[in-house]
Write a protein that binds this ligand. Structure first.
Ligand code: TZP
Ligand code: MG
Length: 219
């Protein structure tokens, strides 16, 4: 199936997984992603800003195969060259990265592009550019040590996105097992949980618990 047309079958599996080796309690990304996949995550973003390019490349070659084998989707944060080099399923970019029409040209027509948004203005702009974009990020909902410079946008912007986004969206930022219910109630169908998953004692069990909440009928 065409990846872009079929993206929602991966995206709508509840929890969007993101790597963060620094807060993974000594486990490497290979181990963390293995457990995420065992817990049922189908959408994995590789986010490692501080490793060197060769380490990222070698790690992504392994992760890409693992995620594909598990029937999931493997996206790379920021590094478009790396995504092309390892034939990832797409990239996730921010507002200060290359324009989405340029990224679309670099990746070709069948890869996924996710774009972070933080305000109604950015969301409306993403709507205008939706032919290039497959999904948007909405957040950070709460302040988070995982992205220290980010200004939290709160539940209000999430509710706005739930009503106005013309494409799928993922809520992100400070979302954990204890506060995921409010983002579900605000309309999130896909939620990115970073530190609460990668730092969990039992990642697979944590993911299963979060996914149960996503599908427990709150929405
Ligand atoms: N973008 C906005 S917040 C964030 C990113 C990558 C980090 C979210 O991490 P956590 O640990 O789930 O708060
Ligand atoms: Mg980025």
């Amino acid at each position: 199936m065409n990846l872009r047309a079929g993206m929602e079958s991966f995206f709508n599996t509840g929890i969007y997984g993101i790597t963060a080796e620094k807060v993974s309690n000594g486990r490497d990304n290979i181990e963390v992603v293995r457990e995420m996949l065992e817990g049922g995550i189908k959408f994995i973003q590789y986010r490692e800003k501080e490793k060197d390019a060769l380490s990222r490349y070698e790690e992504c070659l392994i992760l890409r195969d693992m995620v594909k084998q598990a029937g999931g989707v493997f996206i790379i944060d920021d590094f478009i060259d790396l995504a092309i080099a390892v034939n990832a399923d797409g990239v996730h970019i921010g507002q200060a990265d290359l324009p989405v029409h340029v990224v679309r040209k670099m990746l070709g027509s069948d890869k996924l592009i996710g774009l972070s948004t933080h305000s109604a203005e950015e969301l409306e702009r993403a709507n205008e550019l939706k032919k290039y974009i497959d999904y948007i990020g909405v957040g950070p909902i709460h302040a988070t040590p995982t992205k220290k410079d980010a200004v939290p946008v709160g539940i209000d912007y999430l509710s706005y996105a739930a009503k106005n986004a013309q494409m799928p969206f993922v809520a992100i930022g400070g979302i954990k097992e204890h506060n995921i219910d409010e983002v579900i109630s605000a309309g999130a169908k896909t939620v990115a949980v970073v530190s609460d998953v990668v730092g969990a004692e039992n990642i697979k069990r944590k993911v299963e618990k979060l996914r149960e909440k996503m599908f427990s009928g709150i929405h």
